[in-house]
Design a protein around this ligand. Sequence first.
Ligand code: SF4
Length: 218
Amino acid sequence: MAKVFPIPLAVRQIKKASKDWATPFAIRLSKSQKPFWVLVGAILSLRTRDPVAESAFNKLMKLGKSAKSLAKLKESQIKEAIYPVAFFKEKASNLKSLSGILNDKYQGEPPEEMEELLSLRGVGRKTANMVLTLGYDKLGICVDAHVHRIVNRWGYIKTKNPDETEEALRKKLPKRYWKDWNQLLVTFGQNCCKPISPYCGSCCLKELCPKVGVKKFR
Ligand code: SF4
C-alpha cells in the first residue's frame, strides 16, 4: 500500500523551520487592513512577486483609503499607481469596477459568501478564498501555485491545476489546517520548496518527501 504523506508531522517541521522566514505580503496585510484591502492586495498579487505587489498596494492606498475613494479615481490613475504588476491594465479596470460595485451594493466591503465573491469581476477562487480566510476569518482553502506544486510533490494528492487541488484538499485535508494552509505553504514555497530547483538537500522534509516530479534540486 502506498505511504500516506504525514501531514501533522510535516506541518510541525515547517513551522519550526520557518521561524526566521519573512511573512508573505497578503498575510501581513490581513493583520492590519479591512477585507476590502485584503481583496485589493489579493488581486495585485496574482502572478506578481510580493515586493512588486506591495509597492503597488502602497501607492494605490495613497490615492484613496476606501472603495468609495477608489471608485472616484480615473482608470488611468489606478493603472499608473499599480504598474508594473502583472496584467496591470486589466487589474486597473477590474479594481475600478469592483470598487464601484462594492460601494453601491455592499457598503464598501466585499461580500462574505463564496458565490457572491466569485460573481465579482476579476475574482477567482484563489482571491475569494483569500478574502474569506484572511479578511473574514472564515473556513476556506486558498490554493495558489505554491500550494498546488508542494502538495503534489509530496504525493499527498495528484492534480493538474489549482482548482483541482482545492477540490482534492477539501476532501482530504483535515479542516483544522485549512485557514492557515496558504500561509504555511507559500512561506515554505518562497523559501525552500521553490518552483525551479527546490532546496531538497537542506529541506526539513527531505526524509519524508517523495519529491514527485522534481527533476533538479539543490
Ligand atoms: S524535499 Fe524537496 S520537493 Fe520535498 S518538500 Fe522539500 S524542497 Fe520540496
